[in-house]
Design a protein around this ligand. Structure first.
Ligand code: GLU
Length: 622
């Protein structure tokens, strides 16, 4: 595997202009790995036929290694395989490829199940649910691999290699020092006579088993659904290991044995596996098995055409979930990375739920690297609107935990700042100064006493705030920022500052009494000019008598009490007057920050908090 990594992926290795032919003469033929242009029409036609959906049920699998978490690229692989199985009435399998025991991440398996379930990609057979072709975890299949290695040894298609790791390192270094592309195994142990090999193995000498790739048996050519005819670059396939010294099979071997025994018909996977496929084909041939149909889908790159790597925490699926994206939105986003429901489909016609994706699925993938798009927010929003119309409670249940998380992040930052510490902890994902504009959390955010409740905050209250402004929801962090003053109080200094900023352009505020309004008298002469504090006081007076209980502190009662007042407040800008009642309300409720409708917000904030805000606003300019 190591030299494959050095090569930097299938699409990046330089194409050799010439190479030594078997006879030792220099061939001038340019080796075309991917005939992107000018592919003969017949070949293209054949490929197109193959790209139609199979007419028989496809058995597909998603075969992650538990060495990390699900990320964008692997979710896309899982989704494509899922869609193919479902579109043809076949089965979608989950197989855990845990042969590299040294790299296992302890909670990766559990997280895989959770993330796949969250995404809605339910498997038909798998390690946790079993199935006819199990076990589905490779570490539980070791006797099967041993049996198959034995078969190849007996047929002289594989041999034991007793080379020490030090020797292998040395030959690799030497090859690199000589500038050779090929740094694989030199075939040293392939010459050991079988009886000697048997004897050494029986005496317990450490060894691995390698597959014989030299000789006429090895025909690695295959036709990929995406890339067409594919032949490994000359010298790129060495006698690779199929069974490691620790008795575990390698990925290549276990993968082939399992795909065969599990009757996998189609393998859709990332293009990083394209260079490995000739080895797999070699193994299928050696066993006399028919290989599945392969489709290698383009690698995901960022906007700068750099490969997206697992190291970017942001592409871990959980980070999307925590940000409050919906699984439907995320699946819709990834399905469009290298696939499209139809030529030229754009915009809303790209919005699909899982069922619609199944109905539209085909195998015509985009060839070459895929730059990730910026459609996620757009698509997520479309799915959110659909949810809102169909099942708002489900949406709320999905969105409250990420909102709670986003609040916690911002609250951590606010607490740091208010403790006078400029040092932010690393897990705070924030790059604006929102936290600096927040007072303490509103009392209603305090967690409920109930043992099942969110230990951090009051989830019911968060749900109520979500219901207020759900139409604008794109993701949890942006929602929390926009509606910050429904979660946090407004710092007193901000009242003063925002009012002064707003008043700077105004000549004055005044209340136009209903009597004056009815008589349509000139404002300047009849209305009472008042300062903001006393206008705010009028709001407090209008609300004072409404009881605080839920049945009384309602939208209707508040509107009834406030509407005449709101309508009577004006500001004068130059010579023109403009209504200013709602601005006043917005000022003391949320320091003039844009947000959802004000009276419903007051209902959610409750009487105590609303009255407190009016008072604090008055105090700020007193
Ligand atoms: N275990 C491999 C991975 O982690 C599977 C590759 C394949 O699909 O063959 O991606």
């Amino acid at each position: 595997m190591r030299f494959l990594q050095n090569a930097g992926g299938p699409l990046r290795r330089a194409l050799p202009r010439a190479h030594l032919s078997a006879a030792g003469t220099t061939s001038t033929k340019v080796f075309k790995r991917f005939a992107f242009a000018g592919r003969p029409e017949k070949v293209e036609q054949k490929l197109n036929q193959a790209r139609a959906l199979p007419t028989t049920p496809a058995r597909t699998r998603f075969a992650p290694s538990p060495t990390g978490y699900l990320h964008l690229g692997s979710l896309r692989t899982a989704l494509f395989n899922y869609l193919l199985a479902k579109a043809t009435g076949g089965q979608f399998l989950l197989r855990l490829e845990d042969t590299d025991q040294t790299r296992i991440v302890s909670d990766a398996e559990q997280r895989l199940y959770e993330d796949m379930k969250w995404a809605g990609l339910q498997w038909d057979e798998g390690p946790d649910i079993g199935g006819e072709f199990g076990p589905y975890k490779q570490s539980d299949r070791l006797p099967i691999y041993r049996q198959h290695v034995k078969e190849l040894l007996e047929q002289d298609k594989a041999y034991r290699c007793f080379c020490s790791p030090e020797r292998l390192d040395e030959i690799k270094k030497l090859a690199m020092a000589n500038g050779e592309d090929m740094t694989g195994y030199d075939g040293h142990c392939s010459h050991i006579p079988v009886p000697e090999s048997e004897r050494r193995a029986a005496s317990g000498e450490a060894h691995c088993v390698r597959f014989k790739t030299h000789g006429s048996n090895f025909k690695p050519l295959f036709s990929d659904l995406v890339y067409g005819a594919y032949k490994p670059p000359p010298g790129s396939v060495d006698d690779f290991i199929i069974m490691k010294r620790d008795g575990f099979p390698t990925y290549h071997f276990a993968n082939v044995v399992d795909d065969h025994l599990m009757e996998i018909t189609h393998v859709i996977r990332g293009a990083e596996w394209l260079v490995s496929t000739p080895r797999h084909i070699g193994l299928y041939n050696a066993f006399g098995w028919k290989s599945p149909t392969f489709a290698h889908v383009g690698l995901l790159t960022d906007q700068n055409k750099q490969k997206l790597s697992k190291r970017h925490g942001d592409i871990d699926i959980v980070s999307y979930r925590n940000k409050g994206y919906l699984p439907e939105g995320l699946l819709n986003y990834v399905v469009l990375l290298g696939w499209s429901p139809g030529k030229g489909t754009k915009g809303t016609s790209e919005v699909m739920d899982l069922q619609q994706m199944i109905e539209k699925f085909h195998l015509r993938f985009t060839r070459g690297d895929i730059r990730v798009s910026n459609k996620l927010d757009f698509l997520n929003n479309k799915h959110k609107s659909k949810f809102l119309a169909q099942s708002p409670e489900d949406l709320q249940a999905q969105v409250v935990p990420p909102l709670s998380l986003a609040i916690r992040n911002l609250e951590k930052e606010r607490a740091h700042l208010s403790a006078g510490s400029p040092q932010l902890s690393e897990d705070i994902d924030n790059n604006d100064n929102t936290a600096a504009t927040l007072g303490p959390l509103v009392p209603a955010m305090a967690p409920a006493a109930d043992a099942n409740a969110d230990p951090n905050y009051n989830a019911i209250y968060i749900g109520q705030v979500f219901a207020l402004d759900q139409k604008t929801y794109v993701n949890a962090a942006s929602y929390v920022r926009r509606n910050r003053y429904l979660f946090w109080t407004v710092p007193t200094a901000l009242y003063r500052q925002t009012l002064l900023d707003a008043l700077r352009e105004l000549r004055h505020l005044f209340v136009r009494t209903p009597a004056a309004a009815a008589a349509d008298q000139s404002v300047e002469h009849t209305d009472t000019e008042m300062d903001a504090a006393s206008i705010a006081q009028l709001f407090a007076d209008a609300l004072r008598d409404i009881p605080a209980d839920e049945a009384s502190w309602t939208k209707e009662r508040l509107e009834e009490a406030l509407n005449p007042l709101i309508k009577s407040i004006f500001a004068v800008r130059q010579e023109a007057q403009e209504p200013w009642g709602f601005h006043m309300l917005r000022w003391f409720l949320c320091a003039l920050q844009p947000g959802p409708a004000l009276v419903p917000s007051m209902v959610v904030l409750g009487k105590e908090e609303t009255m407190g805000r009016i008072q604090r606003a008055i105090d700020s300019i007193a």
